[in-house]
Ligand binder design. Structure first.
Ligand SMILES: Nc1ncnc2c1ncn2[C@@H]1O[C@H](COP(=O)(O)OP(=O)(O)O)[C@@H](O)[C@H]1O
Ligand SMILES: [Mg+2]
Length: 331
């Protein structure tokens, strides 16, 4: 049987918004299933507000799921034993400047990790370990010791946060939009780093992004999310080069930018479109789909597997009711 490092089964997260009078429920993550294998880079992609960060937060234990199961190395996570979350899984966030306190030297974070995880009591050995992790991301201890976050570029700081994540020899990195705040010219180099870590250290990465181009270059498999659902999933080659779902096709044409100000916010302001789509009956993409059919407005499409690719779209179902809507009808 194929080994799975992380397995997400029927993960659902419902948020309740609004006042007592006008309360609405948003299923930000809707019955999501996927897995990440050892030494694999798996992309969770989709435009802003589709449930990527919510999924990551639940896997990291920052947020409770409404329902669903998370297996780590084939075992159900034990809520009381959070060790695997901190040792086996490490997170890399969007804004490297928010990761580090501007008043603390960056090396102090590494020495804290050495202490907290009792990696060694010897300072010289600690520096060796730190240097080794910095080398893995193309930096060295000399160019980093005693310096403050503002003495580094965003790209360097993101490399430093990756090195720090590596301190505990994690099996899985969860990287939520790790390069969207980094200069465009440096993005590929950082994303390529994930490939090196996969190949040299056997680390897996759950790479969360709205950017299909970087996903295509470094990922093995990809899941495309839309309003809480995975609408297409398979190898990057299959999904991005022969997209089947109309949403994947649209996303390929027009890659939306992530909003750099929208981080792990707690106050939520749903756009009207987001609202409308989350609450839509039938297929959530029906309102924007160029291939919309009558059935799409009534019935949620099933997950269909074609050539090992999962597609959630009525175009591929053999339902006899799948009749095309009147020409030009997009709603
Ligand atoms: N704490 C929260 N309370 C209520 N709604 C939330 C909360 N966090 C996220 N949401 C909503 O859930 C949906 C998915 O959000 P998110 O997971 O951040 O998407 P993404 O990371 O893909 O941009 C969005 O509509 C968002 O507004
Ligand atoms: Mg997000």
């Amino acid at each position: 049987m194929e080994q799975k490092l992380l397995e997400i089964q029927n993960l659902t997260k419902v948020y309740t918004l609004g006042s007592v009078i006008s309360r609405i429920h948003i299923t930000a993550v809707d019955n999501v299933c996927f897995d990440v294998k050892p030494a694999e880079i798996f992309a969770l992609a989709g435009e802003s507000g589709c449930g990527k960060t919510t999924t990551a937060k639940i896997v990291l234990g920052f947020e409770e799921a409404t329902s669903g199961t998370i297996l780590h190395n084939g075992k159900v996570e034990d809520r009381k034993q959070k060790a695997w979350r901190t040792e086996g899984i490490q997170a890399i966030f969007q804004d490297p400047f928010a990761t580090f306190n501007p008043l603390k030297t960056v090396d102090s974070y590494f020495f804290d990790t050495v202490r907290n995880f009792r990696l060694t009591e010897n300072r010289r050995t600690a520096i060796e370990i730190i240097n080794q992790k910095l080398h893995a991301v193309g930096l060295s201890y000399e160019e980093f010791a005693g310096r403050y976050p503002n003495e580094f570029s965003g790209g360097q700081l993101q490399r430093i946060s990756i090195a720090r994540a590596l301190m505990t020899n994690p099996r899985l990195l969860i990287a939520d939009e790790p390069v969207s705040m980094v200069d465009a010219s440096l993005r590929m180099a950082i994303v390529n780093l994930f490939k090196t870590l996969r190949d040299d250290l056997g680390v897996s990465v759950l790479y969360i992004t709205h950017d299909l181009a970087t996903a295509y270059y470094v990922c093995d498999r990809i899941a495309i999310m839309f309003r809480g659902n995975i609408v297409e999933m398979g190898t990057v080659e299959q999904v991005l080069m022969q997209p089947r779902h109309p949403y994947t096709r649209l996303l390929r044409e027009s890659i939306p930018e992530a909003d750099p100000h929208k981080r792990w916010q707690t106050t939520v302001n749903l756009s009207e479109l987001e609202h409308e789509e989350y609450l839509r009956v039938g297929c959530k993409f029906a309102g924007r789909c160029p291939n919309v059919m009558e059935i799409c407005k009534r019935q949620v499409p099933a997950d269909i597997t074609i050539d090992d690719v999962l597609v959630k779209c009525h175009l591929y179902s053999e339902s006899p009711q799948a009749e095309p809507a009147a020409a030009g009808a997009h709603r």
